[in-house]
Design a protein. Sequence first.
Length: 139
Amino acid sequence: MLGFILYCAALALGGKFVTANNDPSIFERIMAGEIPSEMIYEDDQAIVIKDINPQAPTHVLIIPRVKIPKLVDANDTHQALLGHLLLVAGKVAGLLGCADAFRLVINNGAAAGQTVFHLHLHILAGKGFSEAGLASPFN
């Protein structure tokens, strides 16, 4: 429910879920210790936390420490970081026991469901994955 509320708020604000362009995102506030979260993994480039509104039995967020609002805002200087995020996804999937069956999702823009404008990746997995309607439509 909270995810839906955040999504509606983001749409009402023109797709931006920040109070001002330079204000810290909720993820930056989590990294600063201002907002509690359940940390799964962290290194010098990224953190992984449990999603507060899980859409699957396993639902975690991979968040780079560098704030990039959307994937399309990334540039050549972010190439190594973007690759690192994919490696973290594989490592975390292994830690969570879902390395053989998980989905990695990036929402880009409000119309695609992005509510926090700080690039992040979703790992979705778990028992009943296909029964929950999360099986790939591209089989």
